[in-house]
Each structure stands twice: as C-alpha cells, then as structure tokens.
Design a protein around this ligand. Structure first.
Ligand code: FO1
Length: 347
C-alpha cells in the first residue's frame, strides 16, 4: 500500500486552519519539550503533532498511551517538571494501596493520571477511537494544537535483546533499559493504517515543514515511520523535513538513545542520526558541541544548522523552536539543482 492509496476526507484540522501548518513527529519527553517551545513561537492551532503509540500497553486492565499523555500534559502545563512524564503535584494513594495488596507497582500510575487511563479505557471499550479520545482530552486540557496518534490501530514496540524479547515498557521501565538491544520490531505496524489526517497533511499544499523532534530515533520515531505508507508519504512530501539531533556531545540528551546506538553497532554521533534519516531528510539541527560533524552531514546533501539545542527551561525551548522554524523557512527541499550547486542553508 502506498500513501496515494489512502484516500481520505478533509475534516478537522486542515479545513479549519488552511494555512502554514507545521507537522511534528514526536515521542514523549524530548519531543514534548520542543512541541511546547513551538506553541510559544507560532500559532498553536497551526501545529499538528503525531505521537508515537509503540509504547502503549494495557496495564492493570487500563490502556496507557504514555507519549500521547506526555504531549498532552506538557502542552497544557500540567506535566511533572522533574520526571517529564505524569502530572505535577500528583498523589499516589492508589499505588500505595496496591503496594499493600502486593499488586503490580513497577509502573507508577498517579491518582490523577489514573483518571486519564480509566476514561480512555472506558471510551475505547465503547468503540471510540484513540484519536477522538485524545482530541477530546486535549480540548478539556485547553490545548489548541492538534495531537494525533500515528494510527488508531495497534502498534506495539518489541525490544529484541540478548535476554530475549521484551514488550516496550517491560524493557524500558521494568528492566530500566538494561538488556542489550539487538533489534526492534513494531508489532502490527504493517497492518496499521496511519491516522488519515497524518497522510492528508503530508500531501497538503498548506503544510510548511515536517519536524522530527529530538526523540529516540529507534524507540520513538521508528514506530511512527513503520506504520504503512508513512515513510513513503514523508519521502514524497514537498516541504522540508527537518530533524533535531537527540545526541549532544556523543551522548543522549536523555534516555537510552546512545546506549542503543552502541548496541546496534552504530557510532554515537549526530552524523549517524542524520544518516539514519537520510532517505527523507532535508535539514538537520545539531548542537554546537558537535559542530565538527556538520560538514559530513552536508556531504549527504542535508542542510545543517548548528545551535544550542539543550532545552533546559521554557526560554531555551522557545529559542530552539524559533531556530527550527527559521531554519525550516530557509531550508529548501533537496533537489538536483541544490546538489549540483552544493548549496545548503543555515550552516
Ligand atoms: N516511566 C518510568 O520510568 N517509570 C514509571 O513508572 C512510569 C510510569 C508512567 C505512567 C504514565 C505515563 O504516561 C508514563 C510513565 N512513564 C514511566 C514514562 C514512560 O514509560 C516513558 O517515558 C515513555 O514510554 C517513553 O517515551
């Protein structure tokens, strides 16, 4: 199936907001930081965020969508600033009671966060789609950007390790990313249909740029790309596709990106990330600490911008968002003329 096979009707976002949409592909914490910066830099209604659903799972009978929730909580200003996931000022009464019962407590669910999972699970059981539920939650949280799951169908990340296969959260939380990764697969991705608005926006004349957030390429972005038709739609889209490096100074900004790169036999570098995305990438933003890598990336005919990309607070998130938007405005699609002339923007 190709993206052109996916005939969809225009509703919601595009028809309501027919100008200069920015599309961001995001995992959880790192992606949500940039998304928050973007909402402070541009009209938030013009931002569409496609969230990873490979981390979703059913736990204690509840459907948990960690990355969608992290995006939702972050954009509404409700997220826990220390952990990056869950809600700020959370109470843990239910978890404590579960400890006393000897229940499953390796995955921490705060009391108010539980309400999100309870209501999502109830509505899914009544036949509502994950995207409709997410849209309704976003309205309740006062979020005017559009957050959609990559698919309304099930996609589940399986981490293949030297100790066997793990479902994502068993690898990530229960086993603290310790097992050595030998591969990843995304169960259901080949049968999952992308959310219709995702493909529609990629083909829309109103799309201005696609941003790949500084999320883990293997755990957070790949499950989105694995959904049928997505990679082709990205390769075929007519606007610049820009990625922000998740690597700073040969290490992950957060999480196990560097560890997984080493285990998969890849060099831990911004170059390796740019190379990983090179079949659809037009521009790459890397940190000033990695400036020396810029020329190698430019040799791949990918335009490069060097900037301070560490997002420590709202000011640095907004500053990076400004840089990303400015770069995307000035960055051309890779084409023959560019390649012949050796031109690139923003270096
Ligand atoms: N991450 C943890 O490291 N430990 C947890 O107990 C945990 C609970 C949790 C509950 C709800 C939620 O939305 C996210 C939660 N996360 C937790 C984060 C989550 O596992 C990961 O950050 C993402 O899946 C990776 O993007």
């Amino acid at each position: 199936m190709t993206s052109s096979d996916l005939k969809v009707s225009s509703k919601h976002f595009i028809s309501e907001s027919p100008v200069s949409t920015i599309l961001a592909l995001s995992g959880g914490i790192g992606g949500a930081k940039l998304a928050l910066g973007l909402t402070h830099t541009m009209s938030p209604e013009k931002l569409m965020i496609v969230g990873n659903i490979g981390d979703d799972f059913v736990h204690c009978g509840l459907h948990i969508s960690p990355d969608l929730d992290t995006l939702m909580y972050t954009l509404s200003g409700k997220s826990d600033p220390e952990k990056g996931w869950g809600l700020a000022k959370e109470s843990w009464t239910v978890m404590q009671a579960l400890v006393e019962l000897g229940g499953e407590t390796w995955f921490q669910l705060g009391d108010r966060d539980l309400a999100t999972h309870l209501e999502r699970t109830r509505r899914l059981s009544e036949g509502d789609s994950l995207s409709d539920i997410t849209t309704d939650f976003c309205h309740k949280f006062g979020i005017s950007s559009r957050i959609i799951p990559a698919s309304n169908d099930s996609v589940r990340t399986i981490v293949e390790t030297t100790e066997g296969d793990f479902k994502f959260q068993n690898y990530f939380v229960q086993n603290r990313c310790q097992p050595i990764v030998v591969g990843l697969r995304f169960q259901g991705a080949d049968k999952a249909l992308p959310h219709p608005e995702f493909i529609e926006i990629l083909q829309s004349p109103f799309l201005k740029a696609v941003l790949i957030c500084p999320s883990n390429p293997f755990l957070s972005i790949d499950p989105i790309l694995a959904v049928q038709g997505v990679r082709e739609a990205l390769q075929g889209c007519s606007v610049p596709v820009i990625a922000v490096s998740p690597i700073i100074g040969f290490d992950s900004v957060k999480g196990p990106t560097a560890k997984i790169m080493r285990e998969l036999g890849l060099p831990v570098s911004a170059i390796a990330v740019a190379n990983y995305y090179r079949d659809f990438l037009d521009g790459f933003i890397l940190d000033t600490q990695d400036e020396k890598e810029a020329s190698e990336i430019q040799k791949m005919n990918i335009s490069v911008k060097v900037a301070d990309i560490l997002m420590k607070d709202l000011a640095t998130k907004t500053k990076l968002a400004n840089i990303v938007l400015d770069f995307s405005n000035n960055c051309n699609k890779r084409n023959l003329n560019l390649q012949k002339n050796g031109l690139s923007c923003g270096a």
